[in-house]
Design a protein around this ligand. Structure first.
Ligand SMILES: Nc1ncnc2c1ncn2[C@@H]1O[C@H](COP(=O)(O)OP(=O)(O)OP(=O)(O)O)[C@@H](O)[C@H]1O
Length: 284
């Protein structure tokens, strides 16, 4: 892909090893990826291929063993307000209401120091707009444990968007939701990302979700964790649920699923299934 602007995220020669039992385990090896401003990129791949590790390094929550990550051409130095992260488990503050959870980041020191009264007013307006957009106005004063999983995740997303991050990092954010709620969330996050030109890096196990949301799907592979292939998604914006039935969509889904199967290390060949049958027969 030819970049004409400064990448929103630039990942070069990125590696990460963990010391386990005195041995170095390579979770990520020489990853290279340039993401344009406003681009939506999803990461898929077999379990343990380093998707979350890559995301956590970009978030500044984990340190790289080698290589560089830059945001807007600036090397990252830990977490920053230019990047917000949403996890699979909603991680809301149970003692705060929905509205208080969403406004919480405004009360952090980093924001308070730069806030004028106009900033505070604008923040209240943004919190209201996010609450409306996410369909949360009827529960604005409720506590997280009074909400369904889908609603809690909408609060977590609204909270992440509150500081108007340039980059949103999402680690299986819809993994615990039912299929219908996921579809609603997909269209919602696409809508917001187009509106605010947010750059998205999104981890998922769901290949359909990965294609529907993304401009590019990055296929990762394990042992060692690495980027195996990058698939551009040949669908226009805005997305429409019907596109999931298009031949381009189905072809890409098959290619990516084949890629995951080929790199997962799991065996489905007849020979191994037969051996399993023989072994079971012998033991029982
Ligand atoms: N803190 C850690 N210490 C040791 N090993 C780790 C640590 N974090 C991750 N790993 C290992 O690094 C590899 C990559 O982990 P990671 O969570 O990034 O994979 P993933 O692709 O997100 O997996 P999954 O799809 O199962 O969530 C795994 O083998 C994991 O066990």
């Amino acid at each position: 892909m030819i970049m004409t602007t400064t990448p929103a995220i630039s990942i070069s020669g990125l590696s990460k090893s963990f010391a386990t039992d005195g041995l170095d385990f390579v979770a990520l090896q020489n990853a290279n990826l340039q993401i344009s401003p406003g681009e939506f990129v999803t990461l898929v791949g077999a379990s343990g291929c380093g998707k979350s590790t890559l995301l956590r390094i970009v978030a500044g929550l984990e340190q790289a063993s080698a290589g560089d990550v830059a945001v807007d051409a600036q090397p990252i130095q830990g977490p920053g307000i230019d990047r917000a992260m949403v996890f699979q488990h909603y991680s809301l503050y149970p003692w705060l209401t929905v509205l208080e959870n969403i406004k919480f980041c405004r009360q952090l020191r980093v924001h308070r120091d730069v806030s004028t009264s106009a900033d505070v007013e604008a923040a209240a307006g943004r919190a209201d707009a996010l609450i409306q957009l996410m369909g949360l106005s009827h529960v604005a004063n409720a506590y997280p444990n009074q909400l369904s999983g889908g609603m809690q995740q909408r609060v977590a997303i609204a909270r992440a968007l509150m500081a108007r991050p340039k980059i949103l990092l999402m680690d299986e954010p819809f993994g615990a939701l039912d299929a219908q709620t996921r579809e609603v969330m997909h269209d919602l996050i696409l809508h917001v990302s187009l509106l605010e030109k947010t750059t998205l890096l999104f981890v998922t196990h769901d290949v359909e979700e990965a294609i529907y949301l993304a401009h590019r799907v990055v296929l990762m592979a394990p042992r060692p964790g690495r980027i195996e292939a990058i698939h551009p998604v040949p669908l226009p914006d805005p997305r429409d649920q019907e596109m999931k039935q298009s031949p381009e969509f189905l072809r890409l889904k098959k290619d990516i699923l084949d890629g995951i199967r080929a790199t997962s290390g799991m065996q489905t060949q007849r020979e191994w299934l037969e051996r399993l049958g023989e072994a079971s027969g012998a033991s029982y």
